[in-house]
Design a protein around this ligand. Structure first.
Ligand SMILES: *[C@@H]1O[C@H](CO)[C@@H](O)[C@H](O)[C@H]1NC(C)=O
Ligand SMILES: *[C@@H]1O[C@H](CO)[C@@H](O)[C@H](O)[C@H]1NC(C)=O
Ligand SMILES: *[C@@H]1O[C@H](CO)[C@@H](O)[C@H](O)[C@H]1NC(C)=O
Ligand SMILES: *[C@@H]1O[C@H](CO)[C@@H](O)[C@H](O)[C@H]1NC(C)=O
Ligand SMILES: *[C@@H]1O[C@H](CO)[C@@H](O)[C@H](O)[C@H]1NC(C)=O
Ligand SMILES: *[C@@H]1O[C@H](CO)[C@@H](O)[C@H](O)[C@H]1NC(C)=O
Ligand SMILES: *[C@@H]1O[C@H](CO)[C@@H](O)[C@H](O)[C@H]1NC(C)=O
Length: 366
């Protein structure tokens, strides 16, 4: 019995190169190892050193760290999709000196450490994080990690389907080699100044299936700052009111850069649903041209002033009407008073004008 164990151990050692971890399929000829849907809870140990393509997908691995991928210096393609991974520690992939493509799609990342994606030789070209964030709160961690992981060679980044509602400032500012950026199927509503400023080499940018109602001047300037890019902007809830005009005009000029320009259409208001954005400039949107705006505002304020004054006048007349008896009486009183004053004056005048009495009058005054 003991002999048998020793013997089998020796046999195993002899065939070490041929050993394949349980739950995996290894093909030395194809330099490929696959551990697919085997309920694995950890990255299996003993993955052969020749492996170039490693697929560990559809398992229940929740955490990965630097010890997970020791000695796998030849791996160029690593897929860890659909594993329910929630935590990636710093330098997890540091041992994978040849890594070019990393697929983490379909996970539930909550904690992403700052240097999670560092590969020391900076070989990483493609990073797939499609549907990989547990919720949009993780995007802050992600932004830090994309900066700290030194991904200066990264050419493709897929962030689609992550429920992102905004992009943190400078999230892409250290990805100067990026050629393809997928942001489709999120909930983005705006692009801000500087979001894409470092991406001079970007060739493809997918913003379809988001929550954009329009693109404001700030966003259009940002998109104009990407000289080589081909854009995908479809399936957004474009709202064809006055705010759409700058975007519609821009689209007319930039058709060559927008892959799906002809298919962009209004989602709101209901009356304009399915109207092409390219054609929306011919539809009266109830907007005023530049220059008319202030005039119209002025007119409105005049009308308002008129109404207020009219109302005040009406109130005045009404008060007069209510007090008509008192007013009549007062007018009579006033008339009588006037008459008395007048008569008094008249009397004095007569006295004054009588030269015989002038002396008496002036002495009476003193
Ligand atoms: C990696 O591949 C090279 C040849 O491509 C081979 O010589 C080397 O032994 C491999 N490394 C390991 C750890 O197997
Ligand atoms: C990323 O992964 C998803 C799902 O696995 C896949 O549909 C998508 O094509 C991948 N993205 C890229 C750029 O290959
Ligand atoms: C996202 O998930 C984390 C961890 O479970 C939680 O703390 C946070 O509140 C969640 N955020 C949102 C917006 O649901
Ligand atoms: C969009 O993403 C969600 C997950 O966030 C996914 O369930 C859905 O299938 C995706 N839709 C498309 C059209 O890719
Ligand atoms: C955008 O940001 C840059 C600096 O990052 C600044 O120089 C420029 O004025 C800003 N543009 C607008 C319109 O805010
Ligand atoms: C669209 O652009 C063309 C030139 O490319 C121009 O002739 C036309 O007037 C523009 N249409 C609108 C509505 O701006
Ligand atoms: C939208 O218009 C296109 C053609 O322009 C048509 O094929 C499609 O059926 C329309 N969709 C709806 C919902 O009206």
């Amino acid at each position: 019995m003991l002999l048998w164990i020793v013997l089998s151990a020796v046999v195993c050692a002899c065939h070490a190169g041929a050993v394949c971890p349980t739950g995996c399929e290894c093909s030395e000829a194809a330099l490929t190892v696959k551990c697919v849907s085997k309920d694995l809870q950890d990255i299996p140990s003993g993955i052969p050193g020749y492996t170039r393509n490693l697929f560990i997908t559809g398992n229940y691995i929740s955490r990965i760290g630097p010890e997970s991928f020791k000695g796998l210096v030849n791996v160029t393609t690593l897929s860890l999709s659909n594993n329910r991974i929630s935590q990636i520690e710093s330098h997890t992939f540091a041992g994978l000196r040849s890594l070019r493509s990393l697929d983490l799609s379909g996970n539930q990342l909550v904690v992403i450490h700052p240097e999670a994606f560092s590969v020391p030789s900076r070989t990483l070209r493609d990073l797939n994080l499609s549907r990989s964030l547990y919720n949009h709160t993780s995007v802050k961690d992600l932004a830090v990690s994309l900066r700290w992981s030194v991904l200066s060679s990264l050419q493709g980044l897929d962030l689609s389907g992550n429920g992102l509602i905004y992009l943190p400032d400078h999230i892409f500012s250290h990805l100067g080699s990026l050629r393809r950026l997928q942001l489709a199927n999120n909930s983005l509503v705006a692009i801000h100044n500087g979001t894409f400023s470092a991406l001079d080499r970007l060739e493809e940018l997918d913003l379809s299936l988001n929550a954009f109602r329009t693109f404001r001047q700030e966003a259009l300037r940002e998109l104009d700052g990407l000289p080589w890019v081909r854009l995908h902007l479809g399936l957004n809830p474009y709202t064809c009111t006055c705010g759409i005009e700058p975007f519609a005009a821009w689209l007319n000029e930039s058709q060559a850069r927008v892959a799906d320009a002809e298919r962009l259409s209004c989602a709101f208001p209901a009356a304009l649903r399915n109207t092409s954005i390219l054609g929306v400039t011919e539809v009266p949107l109830g907007c005023h041209r530049a220059g008319e705006g202030p005039d119209l505002a002025l007119q409105t304020s005049y009308v308002f002033l008129g109404i207020v004054l009219g109302f005040v006048g009406l109130m005045f007349l009404f008060v007069l009407y209510l007090n008509r008896k008192g007013i009549k009486k007062r007018i009579y009183d006033m008339r009588d008073a006037c008459r008395e004053v007048w008569e008094g004056y008249h009397y004095r005048y007569e006295i004054d004008s009588d030269p015989r009495l002038s002396h008496v009058s002036s002495s009476a005054d003193v």
